[in-house]
Ligand binder design. Structure first.
Ligand code: S3P
Ligand code: PEP
Length: 428
């Protein structure tokens, strides 16, 4: 679907309750199914990616009921899943695929995993290889979907240094380690989002952490829980960017997840002289807070690999902010961007150049020089089917007075189906 984008001059005013966190919504379904008893997750994210996780568990025989805002899962435990009648369709979702390959690596039946064209190009060897060393049985071509998972009764414990900084790999291995025949030790390269660890504890399980090493004991008893999914900081980041860049803006974003492994974007905008304040913090199984964001004149910043995991999904927005900041912004150590829904280093560079941005593409990042007024060098923008690129370009168009068309605009459904509606409601 193509979309004609709203352009400026505009400002953002008002309050937006951003939808539930995608990472936490996926995990709520997974833990809900693995636990015994009932789980209800309120403020659940009903986006295409999370619907694929729900669809997979329904296909595995789990009873899942939904309302407009919540989902209720009747947990069956890891030994209560049933053989699916057809392939498990992961759609566009890397998180569903990698986490479920770990979670389902010790089942008494075979399963096929399939996904869309983008997902079928993304690397799965990063989970298949360590899981195979535990004894899981897969057939895949060159480490990509489609993957056949064969019935398997035993998993050996794992002692493993995870070679990529990836919460998806860590989580897949935690799920497998919970089913292994002994204690596993997993060491991360850099700290990544810890939603799996937090949710495991919230459901009555445990794991120990020492520095970057996790110790996972198998055969834990998990019990269904009620929870409220915090607002997704990665979705909030689109409004933070728009309010920061559009003169006169002032927006309030209540109840956004503020887990320290996810607030890299807030920290970077702070370093760039942005004006974000946290108005009310609440500690729960995940910390949340209300964010107030006002317009600010940004300055360039240097971002290196240690900072990347906490801002990985917001880097398209950092690039957009950098086009409006005074001076040079350098992003390095971000080669993981090349294996997301698109090669995001390439799609960010290509699309923002169509708006006159000064961006140099590097193998592991970008160098952006600002400020450059955004205008139509080429009016045909393209999300390339990538939800985060689509939403970043919709925000970018607000900074220009020229008219743009966005091809593949419906990619937003992957993580934020009401994005355009919510953005327009804040425009003043
Ligand atoms: O664990 C998760 O929920 C996610 C982890 C990240 O991926 P990687 O682990 O591949 O970096 C992130 O980009 C993705 O949007 C969600
Ligand atoms: C990379 C993302 O998701 P996934 O890996 O789950 O497809 C994302 O949401 O930006």
């Amino acid at each position: 679907m193509d979309k004609t984008l709203q352009t400026g001059p505009v400002q953002l005013q008002g309050t937006c309750l951003v939808p539930g966190d995608k990472s936490i919504s996926h995990r709520a379904i997974m833990f809900g199914a693995m636990a015994k008893g009932q789980t209800t997750a309120k403020h659940f994210l009903f986006s295409e990616d999370c619907l694929h996780t729900i669809g997979a568990f329904k296909a595995l025989g789990v009873n899942i009921q939904t309302t407009t805002d919540s989902v209720t899962i009747d947990g069956v435990g890891l030994d209560g899943l049933k053989p699916p009648k057809g392939p498990l369709d992961m759609g566009n979702s890397g998180t569903s695929t990698r986490l479920l390959l770990g979670l389902l690596s010790r089942q008494a039946f075979d399963m096929d995993f399939i996904g869309d064209a983008s997902l079928s190009k993304r690397p799965m060897g990063r989970v298949l290889d360590p899981l195979a060393s535990m004894g899981a049985k897969f057939t895949a071509t060159a480490g990509h979907l489609p993957v056949q998972v064969a019935a398997n009764a035993h998993l050996k414990p794992l002692d493993y240094h995870i070679p990529v900084a990836s919460a998806q790999v860590k989580s897949a291995l935690i799920f497998a380690a919970l089913q292994a025949d002994g204690v596993s030790h997993l060491t991360e390269k850099l700290a990544t989002r810890d939603h799996t660890e937090r949710m495991l504890r919230y459901f009555g399980g445990d794991l120990t952490t020492a520095g970057l090493t996790l110790t996972v004991t198998p055969k834990q008893h998990l019990t269904g829980q009620d929870l409220t999914v915090p607002g997704d900081p990665s979705s909030a980041a689109f409004f933070i960017t728009a309010a920061t860049l559009l003169a006169g803006s002032d927006v309030l974003l209540p109840n956004v997840g503020l887990n320290t492994t996810r607030i890299g974007f807030l920290n970077i905008i702070g370093q760039m002289n942005g004006a974000i304040s946290v108005e009310k913090m609440t500690e729960g199984f995940e910390p949340t807070g209300d964010l107030r964001v006002k317009h600010a004149q940004l300055t360039g910043v240097t971002i290196t690999k240690e900072a990347i995991p906490a801002v990985i999904d917001e880097l398209p927005l950092v690039a957009l902010c950098a086009t409006q900041a005074q001076g040079v912004t350098t992003i390095s150590g971000a080669e993981e961007l090349r294996v997301k829904e698109t090669d995001r280093i390439s799609t960010i560079t290509q699309e923002l150049r169509k708006m006159g941005a000064n961006i140099e593409e590097k193998p592991d990042g970008m160098i952006i020089t600002g400020p450059t007024p955004l205008h139509a060098v080429d009016t045909n923008l393209d999300s390339h089917g990538d939800h985060r690129i689509a939403m970043m370009l919709m925000v970018a168009a607000l900074l220009s007075q020229d008219h743009f068309k966005l091809q593949n605009a419906d990619a937003v459904n992957v993580s934020y189906p009401k994005f355009y509606e919510d953005l327009l409601a804040l425009i003043y």
